[in-house]
Design a protein around this ligand. Structure first.
Ligand SMILES: [Zn+2]
Length: 266
């Protein structure tokens, strides 16, 4: 574990801030959701105003003031784990098939036409229960009507329920985009998978997009703290502090970034 952490670039010291400046920065940090903000505020309190007697650790004080959840666990532990710097792929990249997955995005060749399901006839002798007569169908459009605003026609996609998932990795950021295809478009899915195969193999480790806020404000051995509260967590090679992560625009192709961060750490 320590050997792996040693490749992580040194976390630069967070800027020195007064309590007022710190609170202003935390409340205006768009990356902090309400839970991250509560954690940052608790640590800010503990660092700036917390008791000092006996050399008590500010993090221990933050843990105390954050209290416990409904089943008695220290809330601090979960909040720190949630701030562990990491990459989280988008929801649609999850293994949702067949239900809940986005619909098939293969190109549509013929326009989608609405075909209502044939209802069982109330006079059907084979019907177990003789049903009430159906009301006269209301026909608004002819059977070959093509709804111009149907999203399948508008976007020119198949739109059927998906079964095949192809993940594409961005060559600069390593971020994942999911492409979904239905059973009928298996061949299309295979083609797309082949198209992105090489690109995916060469894609860099994904730039983190979650967590990493504590190191932006406070100095501590955060690698150790995160590893303690987040099982199986490993430090991203882009560093622990969210301020240091490149944006998609700044990201450089794999290789060059490694060299730069390596020379930083030495
Ligand atoms: Zn399809």
């Amino acid at each position: 574990m320590m050997r792996r952490l040693s490749v992580v670039p040194e976390t630069p010291e967070p800027p020195k801030r007064t309590l007022e400046e710190m609170l202003t920065a935390i409340y205006n940090d768009p990356r902090a959701d309400h839970e991250a903000r509560e954690l940052l505020l608790a640590v800010a309190y503990a660092v700036k105003l917390g008791p000092r007697e006996g050399g008590a650790s500010p993090l221990r004080e933050a843990r105390r003031v954050l209290g416990r959840d409904q089943i008695g666990r220290a809330r601090y532990d979960a909040l720190v784990a949630a701030d562990a710097p990491r990459y989280e792929p988008p929801r649609e990249a999850g293994n949702w098939s067949p239900s809940g997955a986005p619909s098939c995005m293969a190109p549509r060749l013929r326009p989608y036409v609405y075909r209502p399901r044939q209802a069982a006839s109330p006079h059907d002798d084979e019907a177990v229960v003789r049903m009430r007569p159906l009301p006269e169908p209301i026909v608004h459009v002819g059977p070959d009507h093509v709804d111009p605003v149907d999203y399948r026609n508008e976007e020119g996609i198949c739109g059927a329920q998906s079964h095949h998932r192809v993940l594409e990795k961005d060559p600069r950021t390593g971020w994942i985009t999911a492409h979904w295809f239905c059973k009928r478009h298996k061949a299309h899915a295979d083609r797309v998978a082949e198209q992105v195969r090489e690109q995916n193999e060469q894609a860099p480790e994904p730039i983190p997009n979650k967590g990493g806020l504590l190191p932006c404000y406070f100095k501590a051995d955060w690698a150790k703290v995160y590893a303690h509260y987040s099982k199986g967590w490993t430090a991203p090679s882009y560093g622990l502090c969210a301020d240091d992560w490149p944006s998609a625009e700044q990201a450089v192709p794999r290789g060059r970034l490694r060299v730069m961060s390596g020379s930083n750490g030495e």
